[in-house]
Design a protein around this ligand. Structure first.
Ligand code: TXA
Ligand code: MG
Length: 316
């Protein structure tokens, strides 16, 4: 078994050098972030972007997030505004992605942003990724390191299981946040396109304004809003009150402690902790051979909104 994991590397100075060399050759790699693992490559390179789409089997109309070390690097590619500056100051580096207008002089390859005039930019806080981004002369286009429509990986073994020996993976431990970044569109009146750990209330406080309620739009503004997404590969039923006797049952709290088939996302019902355990729990359940998943009602507040968004999609 050990041999098959030889393409997962622990991070050190020597591996940093190797990583830079690999990325400079327009190759793509599995890299850790604080949210989920990503499949990263040079955002200015057609060759790298194509590889990302091919490996993920991602539809070409679904744009990628471009990851930067800091604001001064991002300014070369996108037009920033006052609202962005406020949110950047408060939350970055961290688990939030901004949709901004692309500069005419931007070097981001058109395929990365699916030929849109806008770009999704993010400033991840994971130490390993930051040390890599600091050394590069280009940003990294990086979707979650999973095949299209599946759940995101939250440790290096998860990435290995998605792509086997096809890519080199850098180990950065378990992702602390465990679900994807909040995506907010700042090209017109601010709109949350994908809820995350940084929630609407926190953003409203910083912007000193109310945001519209995040709802599933008909028009695809963010293809991540496609309904079928984040599927663990077995049927998922949400808002379940009664246990059916054979499914894996996901819940909050410790009411069913030590009971077979019951999986708590957080013993203390903490919603951030629950979010961080969601994908991990899906994977454990799948591996144990369960045929279906039932999920108790999760409160629709703070990080519970992001959890409900993901489990709703997992259930369609
Ligand atoms: O936490 C994260 O954001 C992770 C880590 C690896 O950084 N990345 C991630 O990427 O979740 P991905 O590709 O799985 O999701 C990117 C989301 C998609 O829903 C995509 O449609 C949306 O961002 N997006 C990208 N560019 C966009 C744009 N120009 N306008 C609207 N939505 C955009
Ligand atoms: Mg994804």
């Amino acid at each position: 078994m050990k041999n098959s994991y030889l393409n997962i590397f622990a991070f050190n100075k020597k591996i940093l050098g190797k990583t830079i060399k690999i990325l400079n050759k327009d190759k793509v790699m599995g890299l850790p972030t604080e949210t989920v693992y990503g499949l990263g490559g040079n955002a200015y390179s057609k060759k790298a972007i194509k590889k990302i789409f091919d490996l993920k089997k991602r539809p070409k109309f679904n744009p990628l997030i471009v990851h930067y070390y800091n604001l001064s690097k991002a300014k070369k590619d996108v037009i920033i505004n006052e609202k962005f500056k406020k949110l950047y100051k408060r939350f970055c580096p961290g688990p939030i992605t901004f949709i901004l207008n692309k500069k005419d002089s931007s070097k981001i390859h058109a395929l990365a942003s699916a030929k849109l005039r806008t770009v999704a930019v993010r400033f991840p806080s994971h130490k390993i990724l930051r040390s890599i981004l600091k050394k590069l002369n280009y940003p990294l286009a990086m979707p979650s390191a999973n095949k299209s429509s599946r759940i995101s990986p939250v440790n290096s073994i998860d990435v290995y299981e998605e792509f086997k020996g096809k890519i080199i993976i850098i180990d950065g431990g378990n992702c602390k946040i465990g679900i994807e970044s909040t995506v907010i569109d700042l090209t017109s009146s601010p709109k949350i396109l994908r809820p995350g750990i940084i929630n609407k209330n926190q953003i409203e406080k910083i912007l000193k304004m109310k945001l519209n309620r995040t709802k599933l739009q008909k028009k695809i503004v963010s293809p991540g809003m496609l309904k079928k997404h984040y599927s663990p590969g077995i049927p998922v039923k949400i808002n379940q009150k009664k246990y059916d006797g054979k499914s894996a049952y996901i819940y909050l709290g410790n009411k069913f402690k030590n009971k077979k088939n019951f999986f708590s996302l957080s013993k203390s019902s903490n919603l951030n902790e629950a979010a961080s355990n969601l994908y991990k729990t899906f994977r454990i359940i799948k591996k144990r051979g369960y045929k279906r998943i039932q999920i108790q009602k999760i409160p629709l507040k703070r990080s519970g909104i992001a959890i409900n968004d993901r489990i709703k999609r997992a259930s369609t």
